[in-house]
Design a protein around this ligand. Structure first.
Ligand code: ARG
Length: 576
């Protein structure tokens, strides 16, 4: 149930019926104070101005035309012309009953779109590190959200699997005469790459061989392709294990790395030249973009082909976006990439639009995120000052979660401890990240994220298990709850209204790509449930009708928490 959208539609209908001019500044807000009702119509002032009447007069005119008899118990004008809407308890109860019948809580997408989500995107021959965490888990949470809404979601792992480093690696593996390449580990590859780079920089013969391998790889040489494939596989098998541990939905099939577009690049360059967008400049091929000026105020040039014939990251992304439109039929593309790549992306989009590779109105969004900082406010590093590898971070989360759980529950069996620890430890890292507005940086804090108080994974997971245990104690199956929902006090009512707002929240997360909105909602919901539970006896209720009604509210809370946490990629557990 999208109450906001429903009320907006009614408001607009009422305005149209009195001949008001169209205005898109009108919006429906949830009220933050009880005496303002549950929802408020805002922004009719601008319409009143256009009609040369006061906001109050306009409010008075539309009030009787709103047709909210079913949904509202009271609609009143407040202040200079806000309209407060008090929802009707009977209507709320009916909606609760309705959505409770549906597995997806009666939520459906407005209009399914094909949406590409470009996230994670590690580079080959390197371990994933803390810098990949935000893109990976935020991108995944948004993919899950859009999936839930019924969109055609295409997850894309745009891995860095092409470039000169492969020439170096192949040359190096040959140089050290490594016969058995089948048990190379990712750690080895990292060392190989570092050593290969050293050789490349100081040994001209080695550099020549390496460059030659790049050319051979580009032209499809069988040996080079085989070696390249091996290097990619070693890395991605390893990364796949990290995705699995992180409960991230990316699979092998989502890999569409830079190499995929390699064959398109010569045509892209020729085409941009023939369209008059790209020109030769000092031997390189450059696109000049009038909208972009450098520090000196001159038009900025984006190189798409180097003097030596090599292509660039930008060239690949231009080909890639063309592919995503022509082959994948994307309506919308979301990029979860480091904010330092913002300029790069808007240049790519600009070029792609000018070349008509994509329609003007295609929605392209760079969902930037801040940095993960240590307690000193600087980028979070290991004690010795090196980058934190994701595996190490996850190991530590499990260790710490295990201590926390054991302390809380000293008699827990080893088996239970293990499975709970997994969900809590990984959940804690993910939730602490997702619960912050992604556009800002935050300080990584083990103690806070593993706390059972506050907006944390353990708190949310615990809230969920509490409801599970109510049902266990009640020894009642959800299908046995036949009496209707009745809302007698404010605790029940507040909880019920918040439950009905789930759809608004999920749509807002989907639109803005901001998972923290979901976290804040779930936290609020869990807190409302807590006060409801404290003030409204469920199992000890004197009246069976109340008991059933309250169990239904508990059940819907549990379902909502479950779906909300699922969407965030956070596991729920049955006991803790
Ligand atoms: N591999 C890149 C990096 O590590 C991120 C790729 C982002 N996606 C894209 N289409 N450029 O920085």
């Amino acid at each position: 149930m999208n109450i906001q959208a429903f009320l907006l539609e009614k408001t607009i209908d009422a305005l149209i019926s009195i001949g008001a001019p169209k205005d898109n500044k009108i919006y429906i807000r949830t009220s933050n104070k009880l005496h303002f009702g549950d929802y408020q119509i805002n922004g009719i002032m601008s319409v009143a101005k256009k009609m040369s009447i006061s906001t109050y007069q306009l409010a008075e005119k539309i009030l009787p035309l709103l047709k909210l008899e079913d949904i509202a118990s009271k609609v009143e004008i407040a202040g200079s012309g806000f309209i407060n809407i008090f929802l009707n308890k009977k209507w709320i109860s009916k909606q609760i009953e309705l959505i409770l019948q549906y597995e997806k809580l009666f939520i459906h997408s407005v209009k399914p779109q094909t949406i590409i989500i470009d996230y994670s995107a590690p580079n080959i021959a390197k371990q994933m590190h803390i810098g990949h965490l935000r893109s990976t888990i935020i991108g995944d949470a948004i993919s899950r959200t859009l999936d839930f809404l019924g969109h055609n979601v295409i997850r894309v792992n745009h891995i860095g699997d092409w470039g000169t480093q492969f020439g170096m690696l192949i040359a190096y593996i040959e140089k050290i005469q490594l016969k058995n390449t089948s048990n190379i580990m990712l750690d080895d590859l990292e060392i190989f790459y570092r050593k290969a780079k050293k050789c490349y920089d100081k040994d001209e013969t080695f550099a020549k061989i390496a460059r030659n391998y790049v050319v051979k790889l580009q032209s499809g040489d069988e040996y080079c392709r085989k070696m390249w494939r091996k290097l990619v596989d070693i890395t991605m098998i390893y990364n796949q294990k990290i995705y699995h541990r992180l409960n991230v939905t990316l699979t092998k099939n989502d890999i569409m790395g830079e190499s995929l577009y390699n064959n398109m690049l010569p045509n892209i360059v020729n085409d941009l030249i023939s369209k008059g967008l790209a020109v030769k400049s000092n031997g390189a091929i450059v696109v000049y973009l009038d909208e972009f000026k450098n520090k000196a105020g001159n038009t900025m040039g984006v190189i798409i082909q180097k003097k030596d014939g090599g292509y660039l990251y930008t060239t690949t992304d231009i080909a890639c976006i063309k592919y995503r439109y022509e082959i994948l039929h994307a309506d919308r593309i979301l990029y979860y990439t480091d904010s330092r790549q913002h300029q790069h992306l808007i240049q790519v989009w600009d070029i792609a639009r000018k070349a008509s590779y994509i329609p003007m109105n295609m929605s392209l969004e760079h969902h930037i995120f801040g940095m993960i900082l240590g307690k000193d406010g600087k980028p979070f590093k290991t004690r010795s000052g090196t980058t934190i590898k994701l595996t190490d971070l996850l190991d530590e989360a499990i260790k710490r979660a295990s201590n926390v759980i054991r302390k809380k529950n000293p008699n827990i069996s080893e088996k239970d401890l293990q499975s709970i620890t997994q969900s809590v430890g990984i959940g804690a890292i993910k939730y602490s990240d997702l619960s912050k507005n992604r556009t800002t940086s935050y300080i990584f804090d083990w103690d806070k994220m593993l706390s059972f108080n506050g907006n944390t994974a353990p708190y949310m997971q615990y809230a969920y298990t509490r409801i599970s245990s109510i049902f266990k104690r009640a020894n009642i199956k959800p299908s046995e709850l036949i009496d209707h929902v009745i809302l007698v006090n404010k605790y029940e009512q507040s909880l019920a209204i918040r439950l009905l707002q789930f759809e608004e929240i999920i749509l807002s997360v989907a639109r803005k790509g901001l998972p923290h909105i979901m976290c804040a909602y779930l936290y609020d919901l869990a807190s409302l449930f807590s006060s409801f539970y404290e003030h409204c006896p469920i199992l000890n209720s004197k009246n069976d009708i109340f008991k059933c009604s309250r169990l239904k509210l508990a059940l819907l809370t549990q379902k909502t928490l479950k779906i909300g946490l699922d969407i965030l990629g956070i596991e729920t557990i049955e006991k803790m």
